[in-house]
Design a protein around this ligand. Structure first.
Ligand code: PRP
Ligand code: ZN
Length: 296
């Protein structure tokens, strides 16, 4: 295995995952100087550099050790692994909570869908031949897989395929091409992946540091700090009404012996209904704040 002092992360250069990937790394405190060719970004705050690439190239960059980590859709990793007889050379470190999409079969809107069997003998265009082939085998359907590297959605109009198998996120691409989504083959989202074996040199420490920060960022994204005042007598009732929070901090309020101040980090949003229920139980001066950083 190669040794390097700096950790290298591959992210999509442009596309659905590009911006959220960069945002997430920025929130982990990574700052980059973008090089002139805009393919390599030197990390200024930590010894962590970025490589901006096509998402489909990320599995290869990980497998060859050119990059240590990649932010990529699970669909791309699984497609690559199936191409290697399913022996996955990757490890998924974290699921990132963005880039949700599904790999689906789509047909022209004027063709009625009766089920997978109708695909028998048809040509299906896709950039995911292994995931599609795997699904067809499981369904027991013999169809012709037409592998295309891009612009799959226009194949039916060009007459080069009868159906397509492509990623669907908002559905806008299908609608714009008069296609309807039918069967869903695979659900996907963005993950942080790396080679199956983690680097053991300086990069291993950087990886652990990054994972710790990432956990903080991923947790706080869903967290709110709730502050309120509660009658001492209603404390246990109100504590039970706290959404997604086990152990609030309770402190006394100077000059107000019957009331206590309570603050708690809640997992998930705190709704108006939650606040109203606590108010009915006697809570007052309620504040809900976003959490910026959290280090466990
Ligand atoms: C996918 C897919 C469609 C689009 C669907 O491309 O190939 O073009 O997203 O999204 P929509 O349902 O919101 O319109 P992807 O972002 O993976 O880019 P790539 O195919 O160039 O890798
Ligand atoms: Zn792609």
């Amino acid at each position: 295995m190669s040794t390097r002092e700096r950790l290298r992360i591959a992210v999509q250069k442009s596309g659905r995952l590009a911006e959220p990937s960069r945002d997430l790394l920025a929130r982990c405190g990574l700052k980059f100087r973008q090089s002139r060719d805009k393919l390599f970004c030197f990390g200024e705050s930590l010894a962590v550099d970025l490589l901006l690439v096509r998402d489909d190239d990320i599995p290869g960059l990980l497998a060859s050790g050119v990059c240590d980590l990649g932010v990529v859709g699970r669909n791309v990793l699984t497609e690559d692994a199936l191409g290697r007889d399913g022996a996955t050379p990757f490890r998924t470190w974290r699921t990132l909570g963005f880039g949700g999409c599904r790999l689906s079969i789509a047909l022209p809107q004027d063709v009625p869908w009766t089920g997978p069997r109708q695909l028998a003998g048809q040509r299906i265009a896709t950039s995911y031949p292994h995931l599609l082939g795997d699904w067809l085998r499981r369904e027991g359907v013999a169809a012709t897989v037409v592998t295309l590297s891009g612009s799959v959605e226009i194949a039916p109009r060009l007459g080069t395929a009868d159906a397509i198998c492509d990623l669907v996120s908002s559905g806008a691409t299908l609608a714009a091409n008069q296609l309807q989504e039918t069967a869903v083959l695979f659900e996907s989202e963005a993950v942080l992946a790396g080679a199956a074996t983690a680097p053991v040199d300086e990069r291993g420490d950087l990886l652990q540091l990054l994972l710790r920060r990432l956990d903080g960022v991923l947790t706080v994204r869903e967290s709110r700090l709730l502050m309120l005042q509660a009658p001492r007598s209603a404390l246990s009732i109100i504590a039970n009404l706290l959404p997604g929070c086990a152990s609030p901090t309770v402190t006394s309020i100077e000059g107000s012996p019957d009331y206590v101040a309570l603050h708690a980090v809640c997992n998930g949003n705190v709704s108006w209904q939650d606040l109203e229920a606590m108010r009915l139980a006697g809570a007052r001066s309620m504040l809900v704040l976003p959490v910026e950083k959290l280090l466990a």
